[in-house]
Design a protein around this ligand. Structure first.
Ligand code: FAD
Length: 467
């Protein structure tokens, strides 16, 4: 059970600011290694973007749309076997757009088959493409863009570019102009075995993680917003929460990297060179979502698990971000998603720009939200005729909602662009004992990326504390 601020001890070995999947994993690993860990979260529940909410008997998941198979190994090794055992495949991934309509298991075998039979690509080209993307790693040349990669293998084939790119843009906000390795790493992760989900929902996962944290001795304190990271003589010495100082030898911030540098610490602690790099970090886009709950007792047919839909002629990252985008994904949560809970819910997700929403007046904001809801239901009717009559709860989240709940700069859903990774990895060289974990550089975002990054950072912190 989370403890209150007033019941905390005076000092800890390490304080983790934020309980996103990266923060939770770092906390768990460090406690497992025997360190005295305090986890501070500003929200009333753990999980960060890996969260859920309840309305009239419905449970809505925010970011449980799909992750790669790699989660199985990661959860088994760094969390526990029970968590691993709840990971199940989403076998029916649907694409529907003016260029093609198809259903796929979203793995290498099926994509090879589709590219050959539906898109008429030579087997040798497909093999070369897969060999190239699977051999990509972080230390490779970063100058090639994803657009150039696609043009090299599938010149002038906007339909194939769409098949390969659209899901990845939804999965991490990357565009055709980002470095090809950020595409290659994430795409090959999915192509390994397809798309997976957590049976039982985000609430079950975070509940299981909370139990594991408690077992390992992490002190958890929610509704605790850190206002400042305290630094003395070039080293962290604690944090300040609502005027209360808590001491620590190391601090790991799971707040966004831009927040960590520009809001939680003061600039004079960093070198000019580092600050220049940090100021150049671009945050990724945000999202809009429409949550729809189906009346108790009503059912819907199986139309697929994850539907990538669009009425735009071609794929275009800018079109995906438009306030009135014609592209959206529908995640359909059948009762099998939450065994024992007999309700259906549907979430429509769109990529979105914070500025488009933040600049609206209150009236315009509410009107745009209504229009977003109307468009989503209308589009959903195409796949589930008559669904309008079956919906008994609907509401929308915008980039402002994501900003409110996670405090992320411009409500970013997927952290930062590529350059954020270097800044995140080197912050401890500027301020002794200060580390960052969380979505950066595209490849460290998403459920798998955030958890894996948590493991990497916990190793850094463990070495620091032991030294
Ligand atoms: C709409 C949407 C859909 C997504 N869908 C998927 C998906 O299908 N699959 C997938 O793999 N990924 C998905 N993602 C991305 C994924 O959810 C995130 O990349 C991942 O959960 C981020 O983890 P994180 O460790 O970076 O922390 P975050 O989840 O960003 O959490 C950071 C935490 O820090 C806390 N915090 C910040 N500042 C402070 C402070 N000063 N004091 C105390 N606490 C603080 C916040 O409250 C928050 O809890 C989606 C994201 C969004 C927005």
């Amino acid at each position: 059970m989370p403890v209150f601020l007033k019941d905390l001890q005076e000092s800890y070995d390490v304080i983790i600011i934020g309980s996103g999947l990266g923060g939770l994993t770092t906390a768990n690993r460090l406690a497992y290694c025997g360190h005295k860990v305090l986890l501070l979260e500003h929200h009333h529940r753990l999980g960060g973007l890996a969260t859920w909410f309840k309305r009239r008997g419905h449970i809505f998941d925010i970011s449980l749309h799909g992750f790669p198979y790699g989660m199985v190994k990661t959860c088994k090794k760094y969390w526990n076997k029970e968590i691993m055992q709840s990971i199940v495949q989403l076998p029916n991934i649907v694409f529907n757009n003016p260029q093609f309509n198809l259903k796929t298991t979203f793995n290498k075998e099926d994509f090879t088959h589709l590219l050959q039979t539906r898109f008429g690509v030579e087997a040798s080209t497909i093999k070369k493409f897969f060999d190239t993307v699977t051999s990509m790693n972080f230390y490779d040349d970063q100058s090639m863009t994803t657009r150039e990669l696609f043009e090299e293998f599938f010149p002038c084939r906007s339909d194939i570019h769409r098949l390969l790119m659209e899901p990845i843009t939804y999965a991490n906000g990357s565009t055709l102009d980002d470095p090809a390795i950020t595409y290659g790493i994430v795409f090959s992760n999915f192509m390994n075995k397809g798309v997976y989900t957590f049976s039982g929902g985000t609430d079950k996962l975070i509940g299981m993680m909370e139990k594991e944290l408690e077992k390992n001795g992490v002190t958890i304190c929610t509704k605790a917003k850190v206002n400042k990271i305290l630094i003395e003589k070039g080293k962290v010495c604690g944090v300040s929460v609502d005027g209360t100082t808590i001491k620590a030898t190391a601090v790991v911030s799971n707040s966004g990297i831009t927040n960590t540098i520009f809001n939680l610490t003061e600039s004079h602690h960093y070198s000019d060179e580092f600050l220049t790099k940090a100021k150049a970090v671009r945050v990724n886009n945000s999202s809009c979502q429409v949550y729809m709950g189906i009346k108790k007792g009503e059912t819907i047919e199986d139309v697929g698990d994850l539907l990538f839909t669009s009425t735009a002629d071609e794929f275009d990252s800018e079109e995906l971000l438009d306030l009135h985008t014609k592209s959206k994904t529908f995640s359909i949560y059948y009762p099998k998603t939450r065994p024992g809970h007999d309700r259906y819910t549907i979430v429509a997700s769109m990529n979105s720009r914070y500025s488009d929403w933040a600049e609206l007046t209150k009236e315009q904001y509410l009107a745009e939200k209504e229009s977003l809801i109307d468009r989503s239901i209308k589009d959903l009717e195409k796949y589930i005729p008559g669904v309008t009559e079956k919906i008994d709860w609907v509401e929308a989240a915008t980039p402002k909602t994501f900003n409110t709940y996670t405090l992320h700069t411009r409500g970013t859903s997927f952290g930062t662009k590529f350059e954020g990774l270097d800044v995140s990895r080197s912050i401890h060289k500027q301020v002794g004992g200060l580390f960052h974990v969380g979505s950066v550089g595209i490849i460290m975002s998403g459920w798998l990326g955030a958890i894996n990054y948590g493991v990497i950072v916990s190793n850094d912190v463990d070495s620091y504390l032991r030294a």
